[in-house]
Design a protein around this ligand. Structure first.
Ligand code: PGA
Length: 235
């Protein structure tokens, strides 16, 4: 099971360092059989810890260059970062990243051997049209993406469930993950209002290999509580 925390534009450099230290200590004690990823804002990037892989929420598909406001491969390498989030709906919809550009980013970081958490998700109006429309929408978001890449992790995040407190229903998650599983052998995460109160039912769904958590990951105790809730009993 994979637990990924997406801080978005939350936490400072100091706050992130404190968070990672506390979480790392908790994870060292707990020894959960989970993979833990944390995506802080770019200003708060730091090397991964013993128990936590630190990844970038975004980076430009270039080593360095004239791309005002962006960071690229050399800025990530300074911290030993080799994990990146690509295709989040906020970058697609608010920052206007096209499928073509996302595919370019994906190819660039794939070529450099990065672990890539690639996000897809449908808006509410598509969900309301039913499973077939959802499937069609999601597969369009994979155009130009190498589904066989061995360091690929897919995250299914329905746009209407992100930050709304209203996660998708178990049946919706189950049917969508089953659809994605037809062509994706790599881990598939669910994201969208995952929290301590619904983690158990979500983690129990077939083909859910982990979760990508925003709001409920911002406090260490809340993120850790989700892991505790699904951790196998100690022997
Ligand atoms: P949320 O965000 O957990 O706050 O819904 C999830 C995400 O956008 O990755």
């Amino acid at each position: 099971m994979i637990f990924a925390a997406n801080f978005k534009m939350h936490h400072t450099r100091a706050g992130t360092a404190e968070y990672l230290k506390e979480l790392d200590t908790l994870l060292a004690q707990a020894e959960f059989p989970f993979k833990t990823l944390v995506f802080p804002p770019a200003t708060a990037l730091q090397p991964s810890t013993d128990w936590i892989t630190v990844g970038a929420q975004n980076a430009y598909p270039a080593e360095q260059g004239a791309y005002t406001g962006e960071i690229g491969l050399s800025q990530l390498e300074e911290f030993g970062i080799d994990t990146i989030l690509i295709g989040h709906s906020e970058r697609r919809n608010i920052l206007g990243e096209s499928q073509e550009f996302l595919a370019e980013k994906f190819a660039f970081y794939q070529e450099r051997g990065f672990q890539i958490v690639y996000c897809v998700g449908e808006p509410l109006e598509v969900r309301q049209q039913g499973d077939e429309a959802v499937a069609e929408h999601l597969w369009e978001q994979f155009v130009g993406i190498d589904l066989d890449y061995e360091r690929l992790i897919v995250a299914y995040e329905p746009v209407w469930a992100i930050g709304t407190g209203r996660a998708a229903k178990v049946e919706e998650i189950a049917s969508t993950h089953a659809e994605l599983r037809r062509r994706i052998a790599r881990p598939i995460l669910y994201g969208g209002s995952v929290k301590p109160t619904n983690i158990r039912e979500i983690a129990a769904i077939a083909d859910v290999d982990g979760v990508l958590v925003g709001s409920a990951s911002l406090e260490v105790r809340s993120f850790f509580a989700m892991m505790e809730a699904v951790a196998p009993p100690q022997v």
